[in-house]
Design a protein around this ligand. Structure first.
Ligand code: NOJ
Length: 753
């Protein structure tokens, strides 16, 4: 024991105290180095390692200080900060890092965190949009590109991916996730983690991912941000948690507890989430980073009486780092000294943060991520812009296209581009894009102008404003539309209408935009609606009256070019909705994998009243969504054969193959997302009417037929059984394969013991 102590002490003296030697990788193991460091730390320095604060340039929550760029120097020097977030720039981060490693007593390098949600300076579509591509490799490459750019500017910790499942489009943060489905969300979560983190955290072009928000944030009651979530343990485990588990299995380095309470306990101090599930069931050893001010918010929740109690509750539950409450830094020393907090909790948290810094390679080279040469070369490089355009065009979903109005023919001599978002650049960056510059994106108008043949004139009118109710500009816009051969109406939400703190009770087109669409639809000329929005919108009138609708979400830097690619047929749209579009806000929560109920209704509202009263339905609107999950059209037509199975029964441990032939019998080559759903007919607990269990995105040339085979194993049939264990149950299953969750071909098999 004594000799180990001596070794550690000797190591500390040579390694910790002399930063130059620290760069020489002494032979002690990382764990030994960490213990050596901890043994040197004062309680104040330990608390400092658990304290991260927002930089002075970008705020993502209530501001606790106003600061100049030298604001943090003294705190860093004094070892009071483990890192900063939402600061960037190779030169600036290097300057701060230099203070940490050269002027602080223990020379511990800083973390630089940021919310790189969909790109850094090259902005890709909002995550909900990317999810609509159903293209996992593309999503991985997009995250990888974000990491390459952000790390060159000093960032080494990314507060992403946001992977909250949500069944409520009123919730503004639905734009940041992968939509409503657990299976799709899990695959996308893995892809994003792999993209951000690559194979090795210490690679200078990768950054640590932070899985957020753990958990059930997307189940906020009434879709109101930060609101209480109250869901059953079964729904938590089956619907909300699997994407987190998948991302942890993919190697994610850190986790962020959510703002909400769950079953009466705020996630920041929720032992069931942070201990039972995260640490014990999933063996997660990485760091847990609180959300912005969430430790302090324990007081508002009514969960902790004061700041000291909030620290004890959060730290003991397993929240290692305090973001912006300033409570760990101010309270930990006195609590430990008073004997109210066992230092073992502090040490455990410090250990995990130091481990993260080691894994990131910061102890070998503190300046690994602040690379001015790489920053110049990488940020908004030609390749990155090209990738942003590729992701953008693959994220769009064609919702309607009567009589093949799209792609646009070159015979149009005059095209009117109308709408409050048509000539807009800054909103193309979307919500959660702090680093994308307002002047960078290509507007839709610019994209169209750049693409039309020389013989086509493009005229523009804003039509109305985004929010207010003024109709002053509408008559003029109508004249513009009447003078053109076709109108592209660019309408939707601005960037601030979705994302954090952007819940909406009415999810129709804001302001008088729907009235603008109604008016221009009477122009006597064809109208194409180009939608820009971060959530499903209610727009039944549009669906019934406008011949063509293209959902573009918010596409980022290359928005206008990508929209033009699709409108003019340079790219055949292949996106599918990752979330159900309701007809009416009153249908929410609405999602495809619902239960059947004891009185299901699948009628048309036209049957005799006696058949349609005491069933699960509305008296005033249909049950069905406007557009179902998985829906999206192509310029070509895909037809599906019946599903065939290679056997009618399957034993546990065996597998079964389901095959369909998909034929492209339209006029364009195109990609199709072939979707596999399963329905377990009878269980110890009821099962959803269908659940996505696989998909394949395939290119099918015109005239070509492709055989698509899915392999079904126990894994796809497993669920959380009545006794709360995961496994299968014998019985009948339906295999449903199709082009969306509603249009499927069906075949049954039996699972036998
Ligand atoms: C609050 C958000 O909930 C979280 O997602 C984000 O990472 C932090 N602010 C930091 O910006």
């Amino acid at each position: 024991m004594t000799s180990l102590k001596n070794v550690l002490l000797a190591f500390c003296i040579t390694w910790v105290i002399t930063p130059a030697l620290a760069q020489q990788k002494p032979s002690a193991s990382v764990d030994q180095k960490i213990e050596a460091l901890i043994s040197q730390m004062t309680i104040e320095e330990k608390a400092g390692q658990l304290n991260i604060v927002v930089g002075e340039t970008i705020n993502t929550g209530p501001t606790m200080h106003t600061a100049e760029s030298k604001k943090f120097d003294e705190q860093i020097r004094a070892g009071k900060l483990t890192g900063l977030f939402n600061v960037y720039g190779a030169a600036y981060t290097k300057r701060l890092q230099k203070i940490a490693v050269e002027e602080s007593r223990l020379h511990i390098p800083l973390l630089f965190g940021a919310d790189i949600i969909h790109g850094f300076k090259t902005v890709t579509p909002i995550p909900l949009g990317e999810a609509a591509s159903w293209d996992l490799d593309l999503i991985r490459r997009s995250a990888q590109m974000a990491a390459r750019e952000a790390t060159s500017a000093g960032i080494n910790l990314n507060f992403a991916p946001m992977m909250d499942i949500s069944r409520d489009p009123r919730w503004g943060r639905i734009s940041e996730g992968a939509g409503e489905d657990t299976y799709l969300g899990s695959r996308i979560a893995e892809a994003r983690v792999k993209g951000f983190q690559g194979d090795k955290l210490s690679d200078p072009a990768t950054m640590a991912a932070c899985l957020k928000h753990f958990a059930a944030y997307g189940a906020a009651e009434a879709g109101r941000d930060y609101n209480t979530a109250d869901i059953s343990e079964r729904v938590l485990q089956e619907i909300y948690l699997p994407p987190f588990k998948a991302a942890i299995d993919a190697g994610a380095a850190t986790v962020m507890p959510s703002f909400n309470e769950l079953d009466g306990v705020p996630a920041t101090a929720n032992r069931h989430l942070l201990q039972d599930i995260l640490r014990k069931q999933w063996n997660f050893n990485g760091a847990v980073i609180s959300d912005y001010g969430a430790v302090g918010e324990m007081i508002n929740h009514g969960s902790s009486a004061d700041g000291s109690k909030a620290v004890i509750h959060s730290l003991e539950a397993g929240t290692d780092m305090d973001m912006m409450s300033y409570l760990y830094i101010s309270k930990i020393p006195e609590l430990v000294k008073a004997g109210s907090l066992d230092v073992k909790y502090v040490d455990a948290a410090v250990r995990r943060i130091l481990k993260l810094k080691f894994d990131l390679g910061l102890f070998d080279n503190a300046y690994l991520y602040s690379d001015e040469v790489r920053e110049k070369k990488e940020v908004r490089s030609k390749e990155n812009i090209a990738l942003a355009r590729e992701v953008a065009r693959k994220s769009m979903v064609l919702l309607k296209n009567d009589n093949g109005l799209l792609p646009l023919r070159s015979s149009y001599k005059k095209i009117a581009v109308i709408g409050p978002l048509a000539d807009n650049k800054e909103d193309m960056n979307g919500s959660w894009s702090f680093f994308g510059e307002a002047t960078h994106p290509v507007s839709v108008l610019q994209g169209i102008k750049a693409r039309v043949p020389a013989s086509t004139e493009v005229v523009y009118h804003p039509g109305c404003n985004l929010f207010d109710n003024s109709r002053d500009k509408m008559t003029e816009a109508m004249t513009t539309a009447q003078g053109a051969d076709l109108t592209l109406l660019v309408v939707g939400e601005s960037a601030v209408m979705n994302g954090e703190a952007a819940s909406r009770a009415d999810i129709g087109l804001p302001g008088v935009q729907e009235d603008l669409v109604k008016m221009i639809s009477k122009s006597g000329k064809p109208v194409v609606v180009v939608l820009l929005n971060g959530r499903p919108l209610t727009m039944e009138w549009l669906d019934q009256n406008v011949p063509a609708i293209l959902e573009t979400w918010t596409l980022g830097s290359e928005a206008g070019n990508a929209v033009a690619d699709v409108l003019f047929g340079d790219y055949n749209p292949s996106g599918k909705l990752p979330v159900t579009f309701p007809r009416h806000v009153g249908q929410i929560p609405i999602y495809y994998n619902h239960k059947n109920t004891g009185r299901p209704y699948s009628g048309t509202n036209n049957e005799p009243a006696s058949d349609r009263v005491y069933v699960s339905k509305y008296r005033d609107i249909k049950n069905t969504p406007l557009y179902p999950f998985g829906y999206g059209l192509s310029y070509t037509t895909f037809t599906y054969s019946e599903v065939t199975l290679n056997k009618a029964t399957m034993k546990n441990g065996e597998q079964i193959e389901a095959t369909v032939t998909v034929t492209n019998n339209g006029n364009y080559d195109g990609e199709e997302v072939v979707q596999l759903y399963l329905h377990d007919l009878v269980g110890s607990v009821t099962r959803p009417v269908k659940e996505l269990k696989g998909f394949q995105k395939v290119m099918i040339r015109k005239g070509e037929a492709k055989k698509i085979t899915f392999t079904i194993t126990d894994k796809e049939l497993t669920f959380l059984r009545g006794d709360m264990t995961w496994g299968t149950e014998p019985g009948m299953f339906e295999v449903l394969v199709g082009t969306n969750s509603d249009a499927v071909k069906k075949k049954s098999f039996e699972l036998v013991k």
